[in-house]
Design a binder for this molecule. Structure first.
Ligand SMILES: Nc1ncnc2c1ncn2[C@@H]1O[C@H](COP(=O)(O)OP(=O)(O)OP(=O)(O)O)[C@@H](O)[C@H]1O
Ligand SMILES: [Mg+2]
Length: 444
């Protein structure tokens, strides 16, 4: 059974205690988890401690108004829905509330049903927004729904910000699982004009070469055997929006020339037709390969590389993101514990050390899978390195240990294994695959 934390969490702010309590009772009956505050200051205090999905606030309050609260929430929390309660006839305040970022307003007096309908509608819109865009978390350590506050990530966020302000082609590079698609979506869904138009991801190696043109540019009926009717291509489907060309390095050489021509001319013709049509599509491409190296090896066209590499966003590997590793681990622990109806686990010190010291070849995806697996397999509300793969339990931080001799390193490793095995030497011997004598020698 999902626990209480799965309920949507509403914060009601009204200086009138009775109004607060009446609304609280109604929403609790309807299955929400409700918090109340009688002033803007109290509301801010609650927001700093609790995850809130929706805020209902009165407009007129002593000291600080509901409008100030809306401004605060919009500055700090992207994904909280806001409903403003305004006095009868005060349309001006309703307009300013909407301008500041409220999703709905309701004029007093209202019925229970009217308020409940407004809440349901706002939460639904929020869900749609989340599905369409990348998931947005309401914490201070995320930007564009991407978690990270290490300098490397902050530098990347400022590049994303720039990319959102224009239509230049973006080339996203980064190892497997670093978040390339997440960044591509962030660029699209934060673009002022394009975000309301489609984001179409294309996995380049997934398209058979002989269908490439037809898939991308569309075809007319009868263009080839099997073309029984006109068909739109991805470029047309993404009109005014964004086409995300994932794993661009895998595009066969002859198709690279065709893509280059389209990017240069900004026009396409459907297969089976000579007429050219202008296209207005933003292109974002991604790869985990070193394209410059492929260019040198004649595996990727240099002219296409230059065309694509207008803005390059290189995503840092997870091991270079410092404490972001822990932020992400905790984020995934919260996400999956909710999904599995479990209590949010605590991380032991050993787990934190192991997470920080590991080299993460599979990056964020590997971390996400590890936490997910631990929550499924583990009975306790705790994440400990004991349940991590062996390679992680005993991996040592490169930063700290590069000054050790091989002998000292191996002694340290043996001691760590014994400690990790709870002092059980037989267990340690099994892992180390050495004899007892060698073990004892290493422990001296
Ligand atoms: N900074 C981040 N904050 C939150 N979630 C992240 C972050 N980076 C990656 N993820 C999550 O990690 C997973 C992998 O991300 P994504 O698919 O964008 O990576 P990728 O670089 O495209 O991977 P691949 O190279 O395998 O195609 C996704 O579930 C994504 O939501
Ligand atoms: Mg990807």
């Amino acid at each position: 059974m999902p626990d209480k934390s799965d309920k949507k969490r509403i914060l009601i702010v009204d200086d009138n205690i009775i109004t607060c309590e009446v609304i609280r009772r109604n929403f609790e009956i309807s299955g929400f988890h409700v918090f109340t505050a009688n002033s803007v200051n109290d509301a801010i205090e609650i927001l700093s401690r609790q995850k809130i999905n929706l805020l209902i606030t009165d407009y007129k309050m002593p000291k600080h108004s509901g409008l100030e609260l809306i401004k605060y929430v919009r500055d700090h929390f992207l994904d909280i829905c806001i409903i403003m309660l305004t006095g009868y006839g005060s349309i001006n305040s309703a307009v300013s509330a909407m301008k500041e970022g409220a999703d709905e307003y309701i004029t007093k007096p209202f019925t229970d049903k009217e308020l409940l309908d407004a809440v349901t509608k706002s939460l639904l819109t929020q869900k749609e927004k989340k599905i369409n865009s990348t998931e947005i978390y309401n914490d201070t350590w995320t930007r564009f729904g991407i978690i990270g506050q290490s300098q490397n990530m902050l530098d990347m966020f400022s590049k994303i910000e720039k990319a959102c302000k224009n239509d230049a082609i973006v080339l996203i590079t980064g190892e497997n699982g670093t978040g390339k698609e997440l960044v591509a979506r962030a660029i699209h869904y934060n673009h002022k004009e394009r975000s309301v138009y489609p984001f179409i991801p294309i996995n380049c190696p997934g398209i058979p070469s002989n269908l490439f043109e037809s898939e991308l540019f569309g075809h007319v009926k009868g263009a080839f055997t099997g073309a029984v009717q006109h068909r739109k291509g991805f470029f047309q489907a993404a009109e005014k929006g964004c086409l995300f060309l994932d794993e661009i390095s895998e595009l066969p050489f002859e198709l690279q020339a065709k893509l280059l021509r389209v990017l240069q001319e900004k026009e396409i013709s459907r297969v089976g037709e000579t007429q050219l049509k202008k296209i207005d599509v933003r292109i974002v491409a991604a790869t985990n390969k070193d394209l410059e190296d492929l260019v040198k090896k004649d595996l990727f066209r240099q002219d296409l590389f230059f065309r694509l590499n207008v803005i390059n966003i290189d995503i840092p590997p997870l091991k270079n993101r410092g404490d972001d590793i822990i932020l992400l681990a905790k984020h995934f622990a919260l996400k999956y514990s909710k999904e599995l109806g479990k209590t949010e686990p605590v991380f032991t010190d050993k787990a934190i050390t192991a997470l920080k010291n590991y080299s993460w070849p599979g990056n964020v995806r590997e971390l996400e899978n590890l936490i997910h697996r631990n929550l499924i397999m583990n009975e306790k509300d705790q994440i400990d390195s004991l349940n991590f793969p062996d390679i992680m339990k005993f991996s040592v931080s490169c930063d700290q240990q590069l000054n050790l001799s091989l002998e000292d390193m191996s002694k340290k490793y043996v001691r760590d294994v014994v400690e990790q095995a709870g002092g059980n030497k037989a267990k340690a011997l099994k892992i180390l695959k050495i004899d007892r004598k060698t073990l004892l020698k290493k422990l001296i």
